[in-house]
Ligand binder design. Structure first.
Ligand SMILES: Cc1cc2nc3c(=O)[nH]c(=O)nc-3n(C[C@H](O)[C@H](O)[C@H](O)COP(=O)(O)OP(=O)(O)OC[C@H]3O[C@@H](n4cnc5c(N)ncnc54)[C@H](O)[C@@H]3O)c2cc1C
Length: 339
């Protein structure tokens, strides 16, 4: 496959994961990553980064399991290696608690995380407003460290990186044989997909080194995630809201909800506040769209999409990147057949 050129658009966790998968698995292909914003300026940088997934009724469970398992196993290897501090990846144990007993007590990912079990009555005593809980060990992946680490890994595999805005995917078709679109919310215009919607999220970083376990309310709105650099507490989930300002109202709501779960937080200092826009979509889009015709010379270029991960982009990045790699491989086989 000498001389074949692949471009990945997007420098968030989905773009860098996809670029690394392609560069490491297809060493004879030249891979370039283009992005308008890089770490620490992407949405991925501020994500709480906990590996966790809700059931998505529109994606086959086997596929959701594959994406989750692939990401979990990849990050677990890093968490248990000497690279863990530099990559910002750690194991994280804790509790997900529910006010009402959920229908699905053992979700599809329960055997993919470590040590999943239903909490005992004794453990539930500290959460008097909640009736049911799950205890397990998952992973926390802090993208402000993970993205620079992935970029190094990508460059080691021969990848090239360029900071620029892409106005139209077709503009790339003269220079590349396959275009992989990992532009997150940017896909609203790049892929003309208005079903991608911002889902605003505000979080705070707090100094509370005595907290060791995560606590997540099953409604997904209130969470406390101890990490390597402070404790991330959140959050909000405001669909269709493009506001990137930190709002005092949201800060107050977060502090009130989180300290009702963990009263010691009232004594903790706020280190920073952050807002990001999740690339919301009914399901992540991981597929080949079409062949873009280059006007001059009659060449055609495949576009592989990998975007729309909503609130679970860190969780699913490696899994969907492996799937995108499969689509790139397939399209290169077609490309070779045409040569
Ligand atoms: C408050 C909050 C908490 C979260 N917590 C978690 C969590 O605990 N676990 C979890 O799994 N997920 C979490 N998420 C979700 C996660 O952050 C996203 O799903 C993930 O970051 C999406 O990654 P991405 O690479 O698709 O997008 P991004 O990180 O937004 O990256 C998109 C990239 O595409 C580039 N781009 C866009 N348009 C163009 C263009 N026209 N030309 C060139 N480049 C372009 C951008 O510049 C950027 O580099 C959270 C999100 C928020 C906001």
């Amino acid at each position: 496959m000498g001389g074949v050129r692949v471009v990945v658009v997007g420098a968030g966790v989905v773009g860098f994961s996809t670029a690394v998968c392609i560069a490491e698995n297809l060493p004879h292909v030249s891979v370039t990553l283009l992005g308008e914003k890089f770490s620490p300026e992407t949405t991925s940088d501020g994500a709480a980064g906990i590996l966790f997934a809700n059931h998505n009724p529109d994606v086959p469970v086997e596929q959701q399991r594959r994406w989750f398992k692939s990401s979990f196993d990849h990050l677990r290897l890093i968490a248990q290696s000497e690279d863990a501090p530099e990559a910002g990846v750690m194991l994280s144990s804790g509790w997900q608690i529910f006010r009402d007993v959920p229908e699905d007590k053992t979700p599809y990912w329960s055997d993919l995380v470590l040590g999943f079990r239903i909490m005992t009555e004794r453990e539930m005593v500290r959460f008097p407003e909640h009736r049911f809980g799950q205890a397990f060990t998952t992973i926390k992946c802090e993208c402000s460290r993970y993205l620079p680490w992935l970029e190094k890994r990508f460059r080691r595999a021969g990848g090239q990186v360029d900071q620029c805005r892409v106005d139209n995917l077709q503009d790339l078709s003269g220079s590349f044989d396959v275009i992989v679109n990992c532009s997150g919310l940017g896909s609203r215009s790049l892929a003309a997909d208005v079903s991608v919607q911002p889902v605003r999220g505000q979080v705070l970083k707090m100094e509370a080194p005595w907290l060791q376990h995560f606590i997540r309310d099953g409604d997904g709105l209130t969470y406390i995630y101890p990490g390597m650099q402070g404790v991330t507490v959140g959050g909000t989930r405001q669909g269709g809201d493009w506001n990137l300002r930190v709002e005092d109202n949201d800060t107050r709501g977060i502090l009130k909800r989180c300290s009702s779960l963990e009263p010691s937080l009232t004594r903790a200092r706020i280190l920073s506040s952050w807002v990001g826009l999740r690339p919301g979509r009914r399901t992540p889009r991981v597929e080949v769209e079409r062949e873009v015709e280059v006007k001059k010379g009659g060449r055609s270029v495949t576009v592989v999409h990998n975007y729309g991960h909503g609130g679970v982009g860190v969780t699913l990045a490696w899994g969907t990147a492996m799937e995108a790699l499969g689509l790139v491989k397939k399209s290169l086989q077609g490309h070779r057949a045409k040569l």
